[in-house]
Design a protein around this ligand. Structure first.
Ligand code: NAG
Ligand code: NAG
Ligand code: NAG
Ligand code: NAG
Ligand code: NAG
Ligand code: NAG
Ligand code: NAG
Length: 381
């Protein structure tokens, strides 16, 4: 039943508006993969969708489906066929401004992917490994397709402390993943200096601000935990129309969304919406609550959280010890609305202590302001 509705919608869109417009304007409706023969368009198989597959349910209770529609124009096909050559380490001046836009669905997608989970010995080994498969960026964890123009410029922000192995695995898996999606992206790793409790949300704010200063403009951010790896490359890391919660189905939670307002693990936000809500709260020290605060912040500003279906937005989370928990998180959450306009980007204070631009990522060490002196509400678990 859903399949028929999906096809009907698809056909309707292809007649009325360009597929690109359809894609941009509906936070996606149904996932289909086209078969291309002689310039004709066929639906080969429904790769996801159906009533059990998630999608997001908005306030009206209507399900919003994800639709990925390939741009079936032959010339686009030609443009993309030589993509991901061994020479991915191109430099910006080689990007020809007369290039055509990248196809909406990259022809390089594999669907479910086999993750690399064996820890590399060092970052050098990671970069050697990436170089061997032609996926090592030329500079600062920045890459863009050399034969087509990406639709969006995406800054991937990773808050970090003491997770070297996870970072190695992240870089090793994510560079080829993002390159197959033909995204113009840069990876920023933001490490919190000192011993104070970790402030994930504040590090996200810092990463976003620094990314724009260092190599912007970026159209959107993907805020991503270092211990999460996407298991399917149809989970596109492009800029969302509405804030996108990405880590929908995580192994740790038996591949089910834990609760409807969940916004944890990995999410994507346009620069416009990020500014509109004044970024993340800076007040959540230690584990928990900051993602729920953002979820609430977004919906309180009239935005809607979108999601890809559970079948696609699947993630592997590495096992690790539980961090110290912020026992004050529920109080902060309950009183959050009174602080949206004064706690966030406009109250962000930090000092950047160091910056290294390695080939596979940009790393910075930052000292956050406002660290709690003692933290009685913290407890280990
Ligand atoms: C919910 O989704 C439906 C169908 O996509 C749409 O028509 C409606 O406007 C959405 N509601 C809100 C509150 O955004
Ligand atoms: C693809 O686009 C070109 C140029 O816009 C156009 O001439 C051609 O007819 C299109 N092909 C198809 C199959 O739509
Ligand atoms: C599009 O590209 C794919 C992969 O390179 C190829 O198999 C297919 O035949 C091409 N389709 C057309 C219509 O040129
Ligand atoms: C970038 O590419 C251009 C054109 O190929 C070349 O002239 C220039 O030297 C390159 N710059 C770097 C830093 O590699
Ligand atoms: C860009 O592409 C056009 C058309 O293919 C070509 O004439 C031009 O020389 C290219 N410019 C660069 C810098 O490669
Ligand atoms: C890719 O994004 C970077 C960062 O915003 C930008 O400098 C660069 O021009 C973009 N490249 C293309 C081809 O849009
Ligand atoms: C990263 O960059 C810094 C500074 O440029 C350098 O000291 C360090 O060795 C690099 N690490 C790797 C693994 O390349």
């Amino acid at each position: 039943m859903m399949l028929l509705i999906g096809c009907a919608l698809l056909l309707q869109f292809s007649y009325n508006v360009s597929l690109f417009e359809a894609w941009k304007s509906t936070e996606l409706l149904f996932v289909v993969k086209p078969l291309m023969t002689g310039g004709q368009r066929f639906l080969r198989r429904v790769v996801a969708g159906g009533s059990g597959d998630g999608g997001s349910i908005n306030k009206t209770g209507k399900r919003e489906w994800v639709m990925l529609v390939a741009n079936v124009n032959d010339s686009h096909n030609r443009t993309s066929s030589s993509m991901l050559s061994k020479h991915s380490a191109q430099n910006n001046s080689q990007i020809n401004s007369t290039l055509q836009p990248c196809p909406l669905v990259s022809p390089h997608l594999l669907g479910p992917i086999k993750l690399i989970l064996d820890a590399p010995a060092s970052l050098h080994e990671v970069e050697d490994g990436l170089e061997k498969i032609g996926a090592l960026p030329a500079f600062a964890g920045h890459w863009q397709p050399s034969t087509c123009l990406s639709h969006d410029r995406v800054a991937i922000i990773i808050p970090f402390r003491n997770r070297d192995t996870h970072l190695c695995l992240f870089l090793l898996n994510m560079h080829p993943f993002l390159q197959r999606q033909l995204i113009n992206y840069s990876i920023f790793v933001v490490e919190q200096a000192g011993q104070a409790p970790f402030n994930r949300a504040m590090l996200f704010n810092v990463g976003a601000v620094e990314a724009q200063k260092l190599s912007g403009p970026y159209d959107c951010y993907v805020f991503h935990d270092v211990d999460l790896l996407p298991e399917d490359d149809r989970n596109i890391y492009n800029c969302p129309q509405q804030p996108r919660h990405m880590a929908v189905a995580v192994n740790k939670f038996k591949y089910k969304l834990p609760y409807p307002t969940c916004f944890g693990g990995a999410c994507a936000l346009s620069q416009k919406h990020f500014e509109q809500v004044n970024g993340f709260s800076n007040m959540f020290w230690a584990w928990g609550g900051e993602d729920d605060e953002m979820s609430k912040r977004l919906t309180d500003h009239g935005l809607q959280i979108s999601r890809y279906p559970e079948k696609i937005a699947r993630y592997h989370m590495h096992k690790h010890a539980q961090q110290a928990i912020n026992a004050n998180r529920f109080n902060l959450l309950n009183t959050a609305p009174t602080r949206y306009d004064k706690d966030g980007l406009n109250s962000l204070k930090y000092t950047r202590l160091a910056l290294h631009q390695n080939r596979s990522f940009t790393w910075m060490l930052v000292k956050l302001s406002g660290e709690p002196e003692n933290f009685p509400q913290l407890r280990g678990e």
